[in-house]
Design a protein around this ligand. Structure first.
Ligand SMILES: N[C@@H](CCC(=O)N[C@@H](CS)C(=O)NCC(=O)O)C(=O)O
Length: 211
């Protein structure tokens, strides 16, 4: 089942949170339109945007009169509505809990680690860069161990857990965090990139890529 009208994605092209939503739309081969929210100009704090998301953050989607804000909520919505077989979000208690476990990691250590490190180097934001890099290093070592003997984070098949973690980990070098030492993690990134419909987030010349 496809939407009657293209889904509208309010996002920002260099936001990993926004890329999660965009990637899911592409992996599900859903029609969508992209509205670039002017985060630098403060559009996200304007009245019109705050009606969509009172927290003033991207991404937000509008689909047939339904508004969903928050990257992980969007992944859950899209998978539940447009993948009735539950490949991307298992419906059984164990599978659903295993996916949620990784969505929590996406909003915790992925935000505090690779995302914050990149916010410092790419956008000049005032987070503690050393702390963010240390969180990212610990996270990557843990994930490398987890991925040493599985193909994707939950199953042999990809789920929204992989989509939620991919974007900021793939772009960690922009935040000054190297990936090379974590070979299982890198192999998983390549497997996500090989999925039909995959399109990367644009790279920025920052962090380890700046030289
Ligand atoms: N928990 C939210 C966080 C989203 C978020 O932090 N978005 C950032 C861009 S990466 C944003 O919109 N920032 C605008 C601002 O803080 O003014 C999600 O997962 O969607």
């Amino acid at each position: 089942m496809n939407p009657q009208k293209p889904i509208l994605l309010h996002g920002f092209d260099r936001s990993g949170h926004s890329h999660r939503a965009e990637l899911m739309l592409r992996l599900l081969d859903l029609p969508f339109e992209f509205h670039q929210v002017d985060l630098v100009g403060g559009e996200q704090r304007g009245e019109a945007f705050l009606k969509l998301n009172p927290f003033g953050t991207v991404p937000v989607i509008e689909d047939e009169g339904v508004v969903v804000a928050d990257s992980c909520a969007i992944l859950v919505y899209l998978a539940t509505k447009y993948d009735p077989q539950g490949r991307w979000l298992p419906r059984d208690p164990v599978g659903a809990a295993q996916v949620q476990r990784w969505l929590s990691v996406a909003q915790g250590p992925v935000f505090n680690g690779p995302c914050c490190a990149r916010l410092v180097t790419v956008f000049g934001m005032e987070f503690d860069h050393s702390r963010a890099k240390a969180v990212a290093e610990r996270l990557f070592a843990t994930l490398d161990g987890v991925l040493a003997n599985r193909t994707f984070l939950v199953n042999e098949q990809p789920t929204i857990a992989d989509v939620a973690l991919y974007s900021y980990i793939a772009h960690a070098p922009e935040g000054g965090v190297a990936l090379d030492l974590h070979k299982h993690l890198v192999a998983w990134l390549r497997r996500v990139e090989a999925l039909p419909g995959f399109k990367p987030m644009p790279a920025t010349k920052a962090g380890l890529l700046a030289a």
